[in-house]
Design a protein around this ligand. Sequence first.
Ligand code: UD1
Length: 420
Amino acid sequence: MEGFAVRGGERIQGEMTIGAAKNAVLPIMAASVLADSPSLIAGCPRIADVESMRGILGCLGCPSEWNESGLTVSGDHLARGEMPEQLSKRVRSSIFLLGPILGRLRRAEVVYPGGCEIGLRPIDLHLSGLRRMGVVIEEREGVLRCDGGNMHAADVHLDYPSVGATENVMMAAVLTPGRTTISNAAREPEIGDLQSYINAMGGHVRGAGSPLIEIEGVRRLHGASYTPMFDRIAAGTYLCAAAITGGEILLSGVQPCHMTAVMEKLREMGCAVTEEENRLSLRAPRRLKAFDTLQTQPHPGFPTDMQSPMLALASVAEGCGVVVENVFENRFALAGELSRMGANIRVSGRAAVIQGVDGLHGARVQARDLRGGAALVLAGLAARGETLISGVELIDRGYERMEDALCALGAHVRRVPRIE
Ligand code: UD1
């Protein structure tokens, strides 16, 4: 398996353009099966999760093709409703296909999905939302057989604002006659992006971004050409790369209004963060200051996906900080790896106490999940000597050639064939 060799000590300096968000593109790819003609996803990132989703769509009869402007997905070719077991186990986003496949074919079959090892990640909210719409779901030996023969519009209340469950119910309702509502819906900006894509295809969805979403069922949708929103987590990660190296960065292609919680924490740590219309710049102090407490929450709270990068920053900040992870129960595997690099972190349940150290040193470490892997790269940038990171395939799930992006900003990150 491939790894990264990171030589620390260089300041990150320069400009970069942030591309389309993984978390916007994956549900959009799923929604493409609702249409009766192909869609173009402009600027689609070439990341491993997109390739896995292409694989699943391919097995369902929907080919997709890369071209100069992005990815063309022939969702209209949808021929079968049974999702391939091995691929679905690998990619959690395969669960997003349940709603749109039911919308189109009124039946679907899926195995319990996989994804990052960051917690239990149940799908009970997805299933109860679909059941509320009249879908009959039977589970046998880990396979869920869904019969949507009697699907109808419904008022769906989510006990928790799950991003995936909100998107799934939204997609199931688009081709279902009548008015479906989702209350206590997740408010992540990627849900607004999915709404825009569905409406570009001829759908009638409104309210995304608020806790109440309304979907008026339509008879058919056509394919659309759509540019998904920027990747706010990738943007945050690169801001952190500049912050941890005492550097300076200018990001374009971003909407700072979607990054308020992250910008505020970086300011609390002593960074100068400036927002313009589609740009964001950060200038880091010589030494970061510890934040007081960081609590992850559903949007607009602090995003759980940025918790790992912030843990890396807190490791070298001056003072002591506390992180409380409220969204996923198992997101501190990174702490052990950072400790190998000299960090001083104590984890107890959902909380971590980080006493900042004067510096980290290079070590052999392992990426355990996507964002934790990216955080190890950040720690490596700030460490003395060389850090060897294995498990880079997890980082490739969500970052498009992260090593090239960082090298263009002055870092020394090499992809190496194998780390023993
Ligand atoms: C999405 C994002 C992921 C991000 C997360 C939270 C994508 C592809 N992934 O994941 O990067 O970290 O939102 O912002 O968009 N839960 C249940 N039952 C369910 C569904 C979820 O208990 O049926 C729990 C989960 O275990 C977790 C919490 O709810 O503890 C949040 O999950 P959810 O919002 O659904 O996240 P995802 O859609 O999986």
